[in-house]
Design a protein around this ligand. Structure first.
Ligand code: TYD
Ligand code: MG
Length: 449
């Protein structure tokens, strides 16, 4: 096969050069040239030729395709009810978090009822088979392929015509049309584009595994996330048994649904009632800890946020957050000083969401603030207290979505008091929980005395 001609294209201006250079000769940007396949310039009049015709929306038979359940309830929940024909799903996560395990389990379960192919570029077929056998329900009908060359993978898929295929991982696959190394931006983009095209034309569902960078974003080009139909992230602490799968993009379902799993010696097991997982067990009340109710998709989750405020010994004190947004922490400290008169500029402040869960909704503001005040004063918050609420720069406590559901979940788990935004006050009292509404930060802080 003749090598396809490649050129180097600037990711900033789109300019092309024949050789790689550090700086784009067209727009002078540095390190933006990426190897791409040179497209043959076609006839000038090609665009005038008949292409696909215009169709009225009503004429297009868009049947609601039945979704294919993966057999893993928690995964289906994140996907919005199962796999859609022709969809491409990207699953990202830290090494060793369980991406291969989850997809192998899902394919083994589906293997009995449909044609499934597992392509691995990271493990040999023996290793995969060994793992599949160890996991409960390893189906004998699953097809395995250890291959890293895109063209070969595509030809096997074209011959096998699978209903569902897993590519583990997109960073190990390479196309021989490009000279760059597997995992490079150019390779990842080209392979993902070709695989996506294959899925759309054949109707097969593709599940791609993606590596993440040290910062936790998917490695490779950002366009990867635009190309695929759904992006799922695995999160959680590899040291604890609990793993979360979260959708950050889903063309066929709601995002921010959360699937909760526990890693056991027989693979990942779905946790159907996860709301109390992220509470740590304290014998007595401790300072610097506040329980919040976060709403993940359709279900509320109780998470403990912890803060540690300690005298700083360096001129610029540290502000560190794990699982919560760093910038919001700085903002909260400023609001706390300006509106509640509590200064922390000479203190190191650390905050943490227990259990490796990531909270990016602003409802965490109020609980984080309460935990900081509690740690600063070295005084535990009242027992059985939950809180949620967004805090604005003017010191106001803003309402969050689905306040009632959050309160009901807290009451169900035995929490007796809730500090919440005034606008979230339930119209009818919720049994078992006393609701304290606050409008401003200083009110919330005063409640702790
Ligand atoms: P794996 O799926 O290989 O991770 P990834 O593909 O995301 O890199 O997960 C491997 C981890 O899971 C490994 O650290 C061991 C653990 N594990 C179990 O605890 N029990 C099991 O049954 C399996 C298969 C893996
Ligand atoms: Mg793996």
């Amino acid at each position: 096969m003749a090598k396809a001609k490649t050129v180097y294209t600037c990711t900033e201006c789109g300019g092309q050069t024949l050789k790689w250079q550090g700086q784009c000769p067209h727009c002078s940007a540095w390190n933006t040239l990426v190897e791409t396949i040179a497209e043959k310039t076609s006839s000038r009049y090609q665009a005038l030729a008949q292409s696909s015709k215009l169709q009225k929306l009503a004429e297009i038979g868009a049947r609601e395709e039945p979704r294919r359940p993966t057999g893993i309830g928690e995964l289906d929940r994140v996907l919005g009810g199962g796999l859609v024909h022709g969809a491409v799903v990207l699953l990202g996560g830290d090494p060793g978090i369980g991406k291969s395990t989850l997809l192998l389990q899902a394919l083994s379960l589906m293997g009995g009822s449909c044609n499934a192919v597992y392509v691995s570029g990271e493990e040999s077929v023996q290793q995969i088979a060994l793992r599949a056998k160890r996991l409960a329900g390893g189906a004998e009908t699953l097809n395995l392929l250890a291959e890293i060359q895109l063209e070969k993978v595509l030809s096997v898929l074209a011959a096998q015509k699978p209903d569902v295929a897993v590519i583990d991982s997109i960073q190990t696959i390479y196309s021989e049309a490009l000279q760059s190394a597997p995992g490079s931006v150019a390779q990842v983009r080209e392979c993902a584009a070709q695989l996506t095209r294959y899925a759309k034309t054949s109707g097969a569902t593709l599940l791609l595994v993606g590596h993440v960078t040290k910062e936790g974003a998917l490695a490779g080009p950002r366009v990867l996330e635009h190309m695929v139909d759904a992006v799922l992230y695995f999160e959680g602490d590899t040291h604890s048994a609990f793993r979360l799968v979260r959708a950050t993009k889903n063309r066929f379902g709601a995002v921010n649904e959360l699937g909760v799993f526990a890693m056991t010696d027989r693979g990942l097991r779905g946790v159907s009632n996860p709301s109390a997982l992220f509470l740590s067990q304290h014998g007595t009340a401790v300072a610097g800890s506040c329980v919040m109710v976060t709403q993940e998709g359709t279900r509320p989750l109780l998470v403990e946020v912890q803060a540690l405020v300690d005298k700083a010994h360096a001129p610029n004190p540290r502000r560190l957050s794990v699982g919560l947004e760093q910038n919001r922490l700085a903002m909260l400290l400023a609001v706390l000083h300006r509106h509640a008169g509590i200064a922390a500029f000479d203190q190191d402040v650390f905050v943490n969401a227990v259990g490796g869960v990531k909270i990016d909704e602003p409802a965490a503001d109020l609980p984080v603030l309460l935990a900081i005040v509690s740690s600063l004063r070295d005084k535990p918050l009242p027992e059985k207290l939950v809180a949620f609420g967004e805090i604005g720069l003017a010191g106001e406590v803003r309402p969050v979505q689905r306040g009632q559901e959050r309160l009901r979940e807290a009451a169900k788990l035995g929490f007796g008091t809730a500090i919440i935004p005034k606008a979230n006050a339930p119209r009818t009292a919720i049994e078992g929980i006393e609701v304290v509404t606050v409008e401003r930060v200083e009110e919330a802080v005063a409640r702790l005395r």
